[in-house]
Design a protein around this ligand. Sequence first.
Ligand code: D5M
Ligand code: FE
Ligand code: ZN
Length: 500
Amino acid sequence: MNVEMNSELKTEVNLNSRYIISRFAERGFNIHPDAVKVLEGLKDKDLDLNILIDRVCRTHNGAVITPDCILNVINLMRNKTQESKPLSSGTYVTSETSERIEVKVEKDITGNSSCEGGIEDFVLHFNSRFEKLSRILKRRVKPIPIGSLSRIKPNEAEIIGIVCEVRETSSGNYLIELEDKTGRINVIATGKLREIASELLGEEVIAVSGILKGRNMIANRIVFPDIPQNGKRPNKDFAIVFTSDIHFGSNAFLENSWNVFVRWLNCEVGNEYMRELAEKVKCILVAGDIVDGVGIYPEQDKELRIIDIYGQYEEAAEHLENIPKRIKIILSPGNHDAVRQAEPQPSLPKEFASLFPKNVIHVGNPAWVDVNGIKVLIYHGRSFDDIIMKIPRLDYSNPIGAIEEILKRRHLVPIYGGRSPLAPEKEDLLVIDEVPDVIHTGHVHTYGAKYYKGVLAINSSAWQAQTEFQKKVNLNPMPGNVPVYGPNGKIHRLRFYKGS
Ligand code: D5M
Ligand code: FE
Ligand code: ZN
């Protein structure tokens, strides 16, 4: 038994020393055997070996790396990598390099769910949606209650309502049924407004100004809560990586590409520019579908490499362990994860969350996260399937089109009753009541990054090749594309998968 253990240990030590020697050789350095021993004996898990090697190479002048040189760099890093404990339930600080990174989870449903799915919950939920969105619209119009129109009989009026139904009339115009707390009215959209009306999704809150004709209103303006032009671009000296839809456990998970991505984060691949960018990464945001899950769609088991959910999260945690500890990882769930399907979704339950390394922060879906002053709204993006189906000019290859629609409506799930199940929480947390700096989504497995009215809209592709199911519905994913928000608001598109 002892002999066996020793031989196992020996193999591991040999492997490590070979690894260390070849890492230095790649950078053009010889390393003294005593210096190798120093590195092998390193017990401090918070010190990332690859970063340490990189620092040693950058600071060393001679031909041979000595033990002293290694020890100097270790001391320097130890002083800097004292990770602090969370400040409060939602604030996490790390002080690895020059700029401290502070991640605040500002808003999500975790621990605050109160809905039971009854009629009353739905009434309160839609009231909350109406209140929040009409507050925004009231900055642009002066509405009167719909119920008072028949009494006051104004020629012209402005109203705010929730869209109940939209249909094309026999004359080619559109009839929009609009409701507020006091009543309901038919709004007729003619001329140029027909196009806007044809793209109404239902359940969104809009304002209309128009002329009253009998019991109808002829619209002359339709106003969405939309976001105002946002001029500021945060000027920071760190980078944020956005990703999603990793689908650990799926047999289509692109493990090789993922591993190159992780090596890049460890500053091991890419040219000088890419390595410097990797060094600046302080935070990775993951917008859902961390694992492939179990029983998500019929006959999914045929496409799984790991068939139990616990095993899938164990694998996910193991992979995330290889990401440098200086980087905070924010995990938000999606429709393949082990949380309730109805949105908003809480963060992963403890039994899975506890498997992950210390630098992982679990949040719900959606979640508002502040990363050193950059406000990011993370949302998996399940509502995009319904939005893309409803608006013919949109398609999966341009996910930013769908993001623009949700920003325009200031609501993440503007279609109720489609493919995105809704948990009728008393407060509608799916309203985009603040203007974020970045909105980060996933789900459709395609790439997009573009500024919309000054808000950076990102859809962060996937790490799963086309599945049999996606082949059948002609969905062409663009896996391995990683948007990186670099210093000064510059967007980089990194490609880790050949052919997309
Ligand atoms: O979703 C990945 C993509 O696949 C997303 O755009 C939706 C599409 N998808 C998933 N399930 C279906 C069904 N049942 N019909 C049509 N399209 C679908 P993911 O959440 O990763 O499975
Ligand atoms: Fe997905
Ligand atoms: Zn999904």
